[in-house]
Design a protein around this ligand. Structure first.
Ligand SMILES: [Zn+2]
Length: 303
């Protein structure tokens, strides 16, 4: 499994393992449209399942979460190609992913879908609080965007002829939009202090160094809404916009374990002790996610 060296671990309490999350970009393409008829489970899911079994055998209490990230332009585009609604495509794919778990003997405790109404409601509450705390503002965004990554690219992430470096040769789109922004730039120092105080937060060392050098170069505020398509969670204070898919999908780690609905379970499981993440999405999990939690002002993923 050569891809395993592309997996990074975001961890906080290595001596007290009880919850285990996985996020895998390899799982995403089949949901997001590159091969919508064939679910693919990447190495992370298998690795996480093995880890979960091992920990249970050692007598640890484990909560193993999997699910589908269903919103965003890639899903909307794939649905259009198939002549179905995005919800229909998401329903169909979620069933296929769910059906895979028993085939793989994966021992997940819960399967979250980001179109679950409970997830939607909690995401809206969370973002409203981040805005009330002063970390969301309205602005204009100009930038190169990869519809497959559902992500805007910095200058050093743009390939020849404005193509995506991750999706080799795939043309980027120059976007100009009125967006809401998250003040990610406000968290540069706090994040660096946090990595410093928690040397095991990102592993291996090479991934940690990459993240630290990215943050040290300076953080730009993050566009968190889109108004050119409507397949997503409405911005609670402005329904002409839907939330940027990453901003709401990251919240699944909290909504799946009872954030806002089951505080007993939430307190038992939160924060995650081990979070297996594909290398290409390290930045979302090791930079944006902790910054969002800081913006919310609640308990962080890590202590
Ligand atoms: Zn891309």
């Amino acid at each position: 499994m050569g891809e395993l060296n592309e997996t990074i671990v975001v961890t906080s309490h290595p001596d007290h393992v009880k919850s285990l999350f996985t996020a895998n970009p390899d799982d995403a393409p089949s949901l997001t449209g590159e091969s919508p008829l064939r679910p693919i489970v990447g190495p992370n899911s298998v690795l996480t399942s093995v880890g979960a079994r091992h920990m249970r055998q050692r007598g640890e209490e484990v909560f193993f979460l999997t699910g589908t990230d269903e919103h965003g332009e890639p899903v909307a585009l794939a649905a259009e190609r198939e002549g179905v609604s995005p919800q229909e495509l998401a329903d169909r794919n979620a069933e296929r992913f769910k059906a895979l778990a028993p085939l793989l003997h994966a021992s997940n405790d819960f399967f979250i879908r980001t179109s679950d109404p409970e997830h939607v409601r909690r995401v809206q509450e969370f973002l409203t609080r981040v805005k009330d705390n002063g970390y969301v503002y309205e602005g204009t965004y100009d930038g190169w965007y990869c519809p497959r990554c559902a992500d805007f690219k910095n200058e050093n992430e743009i390939g020849p002829d404005n193509t995506c470096l991750i999706h080799e040769g795939f043309p980027l789109v120059l976007e100009h939009e009125e967006n809401y922004f998250f003040k990610l730039s406000a968290y540069q120092q706090q994040l660096l202090d946090f990595y410093d105080a928690n040397p095991d937060f990102i592993q291996p060392e090479s991934a940690r160094n990459e993240v630290i050098s990215f943050v040290s170069r300076g953080l730009r505020d993050l566009s968190i809404s889109r108004s050119t398509f409507d397949w997503g969670i409405s911005v609670p204070w402005d329904d002409k916009h839907v939330l940027y898919v990453w901003i709401e999908a990251l919240l699944n780690y909290a909504t799946a374990i009872g954030y806002g609905t089951d505080s007993k379970r939430f307190d038992e499981v939160w924060p995650a002790n081990i979070h297996l993440v594909g290398k290409d999405i390290a930045r979302f999990h090791a930079v944006i996610w902790p910054a969002m939690l800081m913006g919310y002002g609640g308990r962080r993923q890590c202590s």
